[in-house]
Design a binder for this molecule. Sequence first.
Ligand SMILES: C[S@@+](CC[C@H](N)C(=O)[O-])C[C@H]1O[C@@H](n2cnc3c(N)ncnc32)[C@H](O)[C@@H]1O
Length: 299
Amino acid sequence: MNVTTETSDTEISVNPGVYAIRHHYEVANDFYRLLLGPTMMYSGGYWEPGADLVATLDQAQERKLDVFAELARVAENDRVLDIGSGWGTLLDRLTRRHGAGHGVGLTLSRTQQTFTEELNNPRIQTRLESWDEHEPDQPYDAAFSINSLEHFVHASLPPRDRRKRYHTFFQRVHTALRPGARFVLHTMTAEALPMNQALLSDLKFLQRSEFEGCHIPHLHELTWGTEGLFHVVEIVNEREAFAAACRAWLERLAQRRDEAVALEGEDVVARFERYLDIFAYTLEDGFFNNFRITLEHRS
Ligand SMILES: C[S@@+](CC[C@H](N)C(=O)[O-])C[C@H]1O[C@@H](n2cnc3c(N)ncnc32)[C@H](O)[C@@H]1O
């Protein structure tokens, strides 16, 4: 793994530093289990209309993973890549339920890597590696990135350099895939809407404190980034599905708040409550969207 002990200038100017990512993702796995439930998915779910968000959280997450597998056309013995693989749930499901032969996950979180290793699934490998460091041994048959792109480009870059970074990201995914393979991407995007003081202060908290340096992309940055590399198969806005997940996690946290405080302390619990509430209402209000984008490798 190529992670330095200090945040270098290059990291500051290109990616949000590894320490910014670890600040959020190296909270104890037991805390995340309490928050996210057994599926350990940290992204939107596909609920049936009117379903109880907390009671059916795991089914909603599994339903989403199965839709993603289908969209990517995962087939027997495929090699699959998950960029920003969290606690390994997608790769575990692709190999156990959808026939994938080998799955590689990239994450910067050591606790996520440990958790994934403890799934004892010999067909998956988690690498403590950034998306811009990964050099595949052979091309993959499918790739995924679920609510991770929001961490990949530093907010302080000027717009032109940000676009270049997104293009570099899509180029790397393109190079990692065999011709005709699909890449299913889920990402929040930011829309330009009128601001008020409260929203400005909440955005500042997200970008300066909880997810320091992370830039939530604009849709046009992604369009620019995929140019000439991928065909767009489908693009769907699923902002309500992500807002619903934030509401479900907030409810789980409220139900087991004392346990959460015992595990990580009041400050961490308060940070999570604040950021989840900000994401829930900004997604509900349409300040942020959450797009599922299915792309096909163009050769
Ligand atoms: C919100 S989590 C999503 C995890 C998983 N995809 C899910 O839906 O549950 C974001 C993930 O992106 C990873 N990540 C952040 N920056 C990264 C980078 N530069 N390269 C690879 N992974 C990164 C984090 O370690 C984390 O696993």
